[in-house]
Design a protein around this ligand. Structure first.
Ligand code: UD1
Ligand code: MG
Length: 463
C-alpha cells in the first residue's frame, strides 16, 4: 500500500452507532468482511495517510470496539455517551483535534474505502484551498444516502438526509459518502451552531454545509471515480454486497499474480491470504485468515484452509480441512483429511482420506493413508502407517506422547498406547496393541486372538 504523509491532519473515525439495522448483539463496525472487521479495513486505509492522530469515537459496545483494534492500530478512544448524531459525535473529539490544521472525518461502516481515495480528497482540499471538502458519488440507487443538492450554477448548497428529503430531492443521484475534510477551527465553530430539527432529531454533521456557505466559506464536493468505495453497511444485505465486491477485487488481484481460481463465486479468499504463482484454487474452497499457499499448488474443490502455511507444489484434495497447520512441499493431502493445530508435515508427506493429525510432526515422505488418528506424535521420515492406526494419547486426564523413528512400518489397526516409542526401522504387526517400547528393526506384534474354524456352521436364514 502507498504511504502518504499528513502531519497536520487529525482523523476522526465515527463508530459509536449501534447499527440497529444489523440486528446483532455485536457492534456493527466489528462485523467481518473477508477476515477483518469493517473498522479494521477503514483504519488500515487511514493509517496509510500517516496523520498526526486517529481518534475513534465509540459508544455502543465502546470497550469491545476499542479492544478489537487498539493493538493493531494507533488510535485514541473517545466516548460518545449518547448517540445524538454524526455532528455530535465529531464534537466529542474537539480536544484531540486542537493542534491540527484539518480534520478528516470517516464513518467506520465503509470498508471498501481506499487510502488513495482519501488522499485525493485531501489533495483537492489543499489545491482548492477549500474550507470543507467531502467525497460524493453519482449512483444509480441513491436510497439511504444523504443527497447532494446543488444550485443552478452547479455549486453545492446542502446535503439532505433521505428521511428529510422532498420527493424531488430524493430523485437526485449524487450522494454524500459521509467523508469530510474540514479546517479544524471552522469545524468546531460550525458544530456549535447546528441544530437537531430533523426527522431523527439528531445533530447531523452534513448540517455544517449550509451554515458554512452562509458565512462565506468554500465548500467542495470531490466526486469519486469508483462509487463502490463509499458503500456504507447498515444491514446484512449491504454487508454481503460489500463482501462480494471486495472478494471480486481480491480474486482479480490474485489472477493478475498468476493464480487460477475456478468458479470464483463459490470461493472465499480473505484479504490477508497469500498465494503463489500457478496455484489453482478449485470451486467451493475457502482460504482464511493469515493463510499462505505456495507456488504450483492445487487446492480443492471444497477445501478449507485456515491460518495455515502450505509450501510449494502441494495438493490439497477435496473436502480437506486445515487449521494452524504447516504442510511441506510436494505433500499430498486428502481427500477428506483433517489437519488440526500444530500439525507439522515435512516435504513429500502423504495424508489420505479420513485421517486426523493433531499437534504432531510427520517426517519427510512418511505416509498415513487411511482412517487414522495421529496426535501428540513425532514421526520420523519414510514411515508407513497402516489403515486404522490410532495413537491413544489421552488417558482421560492427561495427554501423552508417541515417538516413532525413521522407516517404521506400522501394521493396520495398531493401537499405540502413549507414552510409547517405536524404534527406527521397526515393523509392527497388524492389529497390535502397543504398550511398551518397540525395539528398532525386527517385527513386534502383540498376542492375537486364536483363529477358529467351525466347519458345520450354517448362515441364518430369513424367517
Ligand atoms: C450517514 C450520513 C449520510 C451519508 C452516509 C454514507 C449523516 C447524518 N448521514 O448516513 O449523509 O450519505 O452516512 O454512508 O451524517 N455514528 C456515531 N454517532 C452517532 C451516530 C452515528 O458515531 O451519534 C457513526 C456510526 O457508528 C456510523 C457513522 O457514524 O459509523 C454513520 O452513521 P450511520 O447511522 O451509518 O449513518 P447513515 O444513515 O449511513
Ligand atoms: Mg451508514
Amino acid at each position: 500500500m502507498n504511504q502518504y504523509h499528513y502531519p497536520n491532519l487529525q482523523v476522526v473515525v465515527l463508530a459509536a452507532g449501534q447499527g440497529k439495522r444489523m440486528r446483532s448483539t455485536m457492534p456493527k463496525v466489528l462485523h467481518d468482511v473477508l477476515g477483518k472487521s469493517m473498522l479494521s479495513h477503514v483504519l488500515a486505509g487511514i493509517e496509510a495517510l500517516c496523520p498526526q492522530g486517529i481518534a475513534l469515537v465509540t459508544g455502543h459496545g465502546g470497550e469491545q470496539v476499542y479492544a478489537a483494534v487498539e493493538k493493531a492500530y494507533h488510535v485514541s478512544s473517545i466516548t460518545q455517551a449518547e448517540q445524538l448524531g454524526t455532528g455530535h459525535a465529531v464534537q466529542q473529539a474537539e480536544a484531540v483535534c486542537a493542534s491540527a490544521d484539518n480534520v478528516l472525518i470517516v464513518c467506520a461502516d465503509t470498508p471498501l474505502l481506499q487510502a488513495a481515495t482519501l488522499a485525493s480528497l485531501l489533495e483537492r482540499h489543499a489545491q482548492l484551498d477549500a474550507d470543507i471538502s467531502f467525497l460524493s458519488a453519482k449512483v444509480d440507487k441513491p436510497t439511504g444516502y444523504g443527497r447532494v443538492c446543488r444550485n443552478q450554477q452547479g455549486s453545492v448548497e446542502s446535503i439532505v438526509e433521505e428521511r428529510d428529503a422532498s420527493d424531488a430531492e430524493r430523485l437526485l443521484n449524487e450522494v454524500s459518502s459521509g467523508i469530510f475534510c474540514v479546517k479544524q477551527k471552522l469545524l468546531f465553530q460550525l458544530l456549535k451552531q447546528i441544530d437537531n430539527n430533523n426527522q431523527q432529531s439528531e445533530y447531523y454533521l452534513p448540517s455544517i454545509v449550509p451554515l458554512a456557505l452562509q458565512q462565506g466559506a468554500k465548500v467542495e464536493a470531490v466526486v469519486m471515480t469508483d462509487a463502490n468505495e463509499m458503500l456504507g453497511v447498515n444491514d446484512r444485505t449491504q454487508l454481503r454486497h460489500v463482501t462480494e465486491l471486495l472478494q471480486q477485487r481480491v480474486i482479480e488481484d490474485w489472477e493478475k499474480e498468476g493464480v487460477s481460481i475456478e468458479q470464483p463465486n463459490t470461493v472465499r479468499i480473505d484479504v490477508s491470504v497469500k498465494i503463489g504463482m500457478d496455484t489453482v484454487i478449485r470451486a467451493g474452497s475457502q482460504l482464511l485468515g493469515n493463510t499462505a499457499v505456495g507456488d504450483g499448488c492445487k487446492v480443492g474443490p471444497y477445501a478449507v484452509i485456515k491460518q495455515s502455511w502450505v509450501d510449494d507444489y502441494v495438493k490439497i484434495h477435496a473436502f480437506s480441512h486445515l487449521e494452524q497447520a504447516h504442510v511441506g512441499a510436494h505433500a499430498d493431502i486428502g481427500p477428506y483429511a483433517r489437519l488440526r493445530p500444530q500439525a507439522e508435515l515435512d516435504e513429500g508427506v502423504k495424508i489420505g482420506n479420513f485421517v486426523e493429525i493433531k499437534k504432531s510432526v510427520i517426517g519427510q515422505n512418511s505416509k498415513v493413508n487411511h482412517l487414522s488418528y495421529i496426535g501428540d506424535t513425532t514421526m520420523g521420515q519414510d514411515c508407513n502407517v497402516g489403515a486404522g492406526t490410532i495413537t491413544c494419547n489421552y488417558d482421560g486426564a492427561n495427554k501423552h506422547k508417541t515417538v516413532i523413528g525413521d522407516r517404521a512400518f506400522i501394521g493396520s489397526d495398531t493401537k499405540l498406547i502413549a507414552p510409547v516409542t517405536v524404534g527406527d526401522g521397526a515393523t509392527i504387526g497388524a492389529g497390535s496393541v502397543i504398550t511398551k517400547v518397540v525395539q528398532k528393526d525386527g517385527l513386534t506384534l502383540s498376542a492375537r486372538p486364536e483363529q477358529r474354524y467351525v466347519k458345520d456352521w450354517k448362515r441364518p436364514e430369513k424367517s
